[in-house]
Design a protein around this ligand. Structure first.
Ligand SMILES: [Zn+2]
Length: 402
């Protein structure tokens, strides 16, 4: 005799189990080495299911339980729980105008392998880029890891929305992301998240950099272009259009027309591309990494090169105007300048912006230098991959996330 069980009645426990797994993994992510005895309260789960889930996740290579040294007390030995740290699990990819970077890390975030490569000539089209990234990742995960278990996060310098990518640096003109994803799928890499570079940089500075500990903070990422995002009430601002970033906030209604269609965007003054154009150094920027170019500008500024100092002054004015707008709208605790141009902070930052208004309990907002510089994006990509792997854990038998 067979009994038909309606599918809907099966779905609920499966989703509960999956949500419990994600809550548990998030608790371990937030407190690496947390005692198993404290996990239930931290994850909001009953003690029984926690030991069962820890065993399941350890079996599937997502958690490690390490016996802590005995304290001599009676009872069960203390076990500290960590995200798995043995095999490749996370892949951060940074696609830029001059080349790409790949970092392979364990689920705990420990880097296992890396490659940084310049494009030979102009950036490749999406399909060719997909082939290059797929082969680079394949070379880096030679530890026997099944590529299907790897979670990728790919950063693009531009807009990502509705399955399309638009990037001036890559010369991808609102192209279908499937063109890039198909070759990756062909290499077995099917778990791929694509995001805006400024959003990833914001994540990196917030998790482990100059924005750490702030629930409300703005991170500007200045490289060839200007991007960045904000954290409000602890959450990354993505908006409907997860791209373009803060560099395309118009700060001058009478300014020149930007490629994005607006007038007077901050990026038109505050970007390495703009500074290079004003100082006749565009060819040098095209031939060098953004970091190398920024270091060259530091030298020229220290030498007092007039054209360079004037371009940096204009960039500082644009960053201050942008900061005033963002401070008024978002009320951040501070504004962080990250990215390759971070080394130019002494010329680009106004230490405090906004008016002192003690009768409103308001004080000026500090602008500070980031901690990760040009690495912020690739570091943020690895962190975004970790978040994605935890939000949709790769554990057989618990069903796909709906
Ligand atoms: Zn614009």
């Amino acid at each position: 005799m067979s009994v038909d069980i309606p599918r809907r009645r099966l779905a609920a426990p499966t989703r509960l189990r999956r949500d419990g797994i994600t809550r548990l993994l998030r608790a371990v992510q937030g407190q690496p080495g947390i005692a198993q005895a404290d996990l239930a309260a931290e994850a909001g789960l009953a003690a029984g299911p926690v030991s069962e889930l820890v065993r399941l996740l350890a079996d599937h290579g997502m958690l490690e339980a390490i016996a802590a040294p005995s304290t001599g007390e009676r009872g069960r030995p203390r076990r500290s729980i960590h995200l798995a740290d043995a095999r490749a699990h996370l892949v951060g990819v940074h696609l830029g105008g001059s080349g790409f970077a790949v970092r392979v890390a364990t689920l705990a975030g420990r880097e296992l392998a890396r490659v940084d490569r310049a494009w030979s000539g102009a950036p490749p089209d999406p399909a060719a880029a997909g082939v290059m990234i797929g082969s680079a990742v394949g070379e880096l995960i030679r530890d026997g890891t099944n590529p299907r278990r790897c979670q990728l996060a790919v950063s693009v310098p531009g807009a990502v929305r509705g399955g399309k990518i638009g990037s001036r640096d890559l010369e991808w003109h609102w192209t279908d992301e499937a063109l890039f994803l198909d070759p990756l799928r062909g290499c077995g890499l099917s778990r791929v998240l694509i995001g805006n570079d400024g959003a990833f940089a914001t994540l990196a500075e917030h998790r482990s950099g100059a924005a750490m500990g702030a629930d409300n903070v703005v991170v500007l990422y200045m490289g060839r272009g200007l991007g960045g995002s904000a954290i409000t009430s602890g959450h990354l601002v993505l908006g409907h259009d997860a791209g373009g970033g803060l560099g395309h906030v118009p700060i001058d209604p009478n300014g020149p027309l930007c490629l994005c269609g607006r007038r007077g965007c901050a990026e038109l003054s505050a970007s390495l591309r703009a500074i290079a154009a004003k100082t006749g150094l565009s060819a040098r920027l095209a031939d060098h990494s953004a970091s190398g170019f920024a270091v060259h500008l530091v030298k020229l500024a220290k030498d007092g090169t007039p054209g360079v100092l004037a371009a940096l002054d204009a960039a500082r004015d644009a960053i201050r105007s942008l900061g005033e707008l963002l401070a008024a709208v978002l009320g951040p605790e501070r504004i962080v300048l990250s990215g390759a141009a971070q080394v130019l902070a002494p010329w680009l930052l106004t230490p405090r912006i906004g008016l002192d208004a003690p009768h409103l309990g308001r004080c000026p907002v500090p602008m500070v230098e980031g901690e990760h510089g040009a690495d912020a994006i690739i570091l943020g990509a690895v962190l975004a991959a970790q978040d994605a792997a935890i939000a949709d854990p790769d554990v057989p038998g618990i069903g796909a996330r709906s």
